[in-house]
Design a protein around this ligand. Structure first.
Ligand code: CMC
Length: 399
C-alpha cells in the first residue's frame, strides 16, 4: 500500500471515537452528540464525565451514585504526601503533576489489571485524585499545610477548597466547573493521542495518563492559557494593547490563545466562555483584564487574511482570565486543563482497548544509505566539534 507523508497527521484518521465530534470548519464541538455550548450552560463536570464514559446522560440516581463514588476517591494515599514533599518546591506544577500521576500507580493494587472493570475504577481514581494532587502540591510549595478533601463538595468546589482552605462562593465553583466541562474532551488532540498510543501497547492507565500530562504541557497545546495570562500582565493596561499586539504581529510572532489546528471558525468552547469570563472578571474586580482581551481580539481579527487563515480566539484565550479571576496562580492554569481532560484521556483509553490495535505509523527516512562502517581510528575529527555542529546537529557532552 503506498504511504502518504502527513506531518502533523492533520489529514489522518487514526482512531474511531464516540466521545466527541468536531467540525472545525463550522466551529462545532459535541460530546456524545450534545452541543458543547448547551453542556457548558447546563451540565456539570461530574455529569459530563459520566456522559463521556457511558455514552448517555445519567438519570438522577445514577448521577448521585457516580458523584458519591468519585468523592470517595478524592483522597490520596498518605504515602503520596511523601512523594509530594520529595519534589522541589520550585518545580513547575505541570512537571510535578506528571510525576504525581505516575506515582499514583505505586499505591493502586489494580495498576496493572487491564480488565475493563479495573480500568473504569482507575479512570474514576485519576479524575477524582488529580485536583487533590494539584492542590496538595501547591500548598506544599507555598509552605502551607495540606487541606484534606471535603467529600460533601463537587470536584470544582473541592478543588478551590483544597487550594485555599476557604469555602468558595457558588459563582466561583460554577466558573471553574464551566471550564472543566469545556476542556473535558476534544477529539484526537495531541495529549489524547499520546494517551491512546501508550494504552494501545497494552501498557496501563497511569502510564497513559502520564504520557498525556507530559504532552499537554507544551505551549502549543495546554500551556497556551498560562502564556495568554503572561501576555496580558506584560501588556499591563488597555492603553498599551494596540502597540503591543501590532508590533508582535509585525514581527510575525504568534498571539497566544489564537488559532487552532482543527477549528478554522470561532472555537465553540470560547463562545460561552467569552460572556462568562466577562461576568467572572466583573464579579472579581478584573474587568480591565477582560477589556484587554476584547481589544486584542478586535485587533487580531482585523488583520488582513487572518480570517481566511482561520485564526480566531481559542478556549485558552478566555479561560486564562477566568482562572486568574478565581485567584489561581498562572502556572496552575494548565493543571486545571489536565484535571478536566483526565476524563477524556481515560475515556479514550477504555475506548481504545475495546477495539485495540497497536498505533505504529512510519517515518519517511531522509538520511543516507549504504555507508561503509569505519573503525573509530579511521574517522577524521571534525574541525571544531562542540561549537560547530553538522547540519543535522552533533550530540556532544561538554564540560
Ligand atoms: N497568531 C498569529 N498567527 C497565527 C497563529 C497565532 N496564534 N496561529 C497560526 N497563525 C498563522 C501562522 O503564522 C500561519 O501563517 P502563514 O500561513 O502566513 O505562515 C497560519 O496561521 C497557519 O499556522 P500553522 O502553524 O500552520 O497552523 P497549525 O494548525 O499548525 O497551528 C496552533 C495550530 C494551535 C499550533 C497555532 O495556531 C498556534 O501556535 N496558536 C498559539 C498557541 C495556542 O493558542 N494554542 C492553544 C490551542 S487551543 C487548546 C488546545 O485545544 O490544545
Amino acid at each position: 500500500m503506498p504511504l502518504n507523508v502527513d506531518k502533523g497527521l492533520g489529514n489522518t484518521i487514526a482512531a474511531d471515537t464516540q466521545l466527541s465530534f468536531i467540525d472545525g470548519a463550522k466551529g462545532v464541538l459535541e460530546y456524545v452528540g450534545y452541543d458543547i455550548d448547551s453542556l457548558a450552560r447546563n451540565s456539570t463536570f461530574e455529569e459530563t464525565t459520566w456522559l463521556l464514559w457511558n455514552g448517555h446522560l445519567p438519570c438522577a440516581g445514577e448521577l448521585t451514585e457516580f458523584s458519591k463514588q468519585l468523592r470517595s476517591e478524592y483522597a490520596v494515599d498518605a504515602r503520596m504526601l511523601e512523594v509530594i514533599r520529595s519534589i522541589p518546591r520550585t518545580a513547575a506544577p505541570m512537571d510535578a503533576l506528571r510525576t504525581l500521576v505516575s506515582a499514583l500507580a505505586h499505591f493502586d493494587s489494580e495498576a496493572d489489571d487491564g480488565s475493563t472493570q479495573a480500568n473504569q475504577r482507575k479512570a474514576m481514581r485519576l479524575v477524582a485524585k488529580t485536583p487533590t494532587l494539584v492542590a496538595n502540591f501547591n500548598r506544599w510549595r507555598k509552605g502551607k499545610p495540606i487541606v484534606q478533601p471535603d467529600l460533601s463538595m463537587s470536584i470544582a468546589e473541592n478543588f478551590l477548597w483544597m487550594l485555599t482552605g476557604a469555602k468558595p462562593t457558588e459563582s466561583m465553583s460554577r466558573a471553574l466547573d464551566v471550564c472543566l466541562v469545556l476542556h473535558a474532551d476534544h477529539g484526537l488532540n495531541a495529549s489524547t493521542f499520546a494517551a491512546r498510543v501508550t494504552i494501545a501497547t497494552q501498557s496501563d492507565m497511569y502510564s497513559a495518563a502520564t504520557s498525556a500530562v507530559g504532552t499537554l504541557k507544551g505551549p502549543l497545546h495546554g500551556g497556551a492559557n498560562q502564556e495568554v495570562m503572561e501576555m496580558l500582565l506584560e501588556i499591563g493596561d488597555l492603553s498599551r494593547v494596540d502597540e503591543y499586539i501590532k508590533s508582535k504581529l509585525d514581527r510575525k510572532e504568534r498571539i497566544m490563545g489564537f488559532g487552532h489546528r482543527v477549528y478554522k471558525a470561532y472555537d465553540p468552547r470560547a463562545t460561552y466562555l467569552k460572556t462568562f469570563a466577562k461576568q467572572v472578571a466583573t464579579d472579581t474586580g478584573n474587568l480591565s483584564l477582560y477589556e484587554m482581551t476584547r481589544r486584542i481580539e478586535e485587533i487580531v481579527l482585523a488583520q488582513p487574511n487572518i480570517i481566511e487563515k482561520g485564526i480566531f480566539p481559542n478556549v485558552d484565550f478566555y479561560s486564562a482570565t477566568t482562572y486568574y479571576s478565581l485567584g489561581l496562580d498562572l502556572d496552575l492554569f494548565t493543571c486545571m486543563f489536565a484535571a478536566s481532560r483526565m476524563s477524556g484521556w481515560t475515556g479514550h483509553c477504555i475506548e481504545q482497548l475495546a477495539a485495540n490495535k497497536l498505533i505504529r505509523p512510519h517515518a519517511d527516512y531522509t538520511g543516507p544509505h549504504g555507508l561503509t562502517y569505519q573503525s573509530i581510528d579511521e574517522r577524521t575529527e571534525p574541525v571544531t566539534s562542540s561549537t560547530s555542529p553538522s547540519v543535522k546537529g552533533t550530540m556532544s557532552v561538554t564540560a
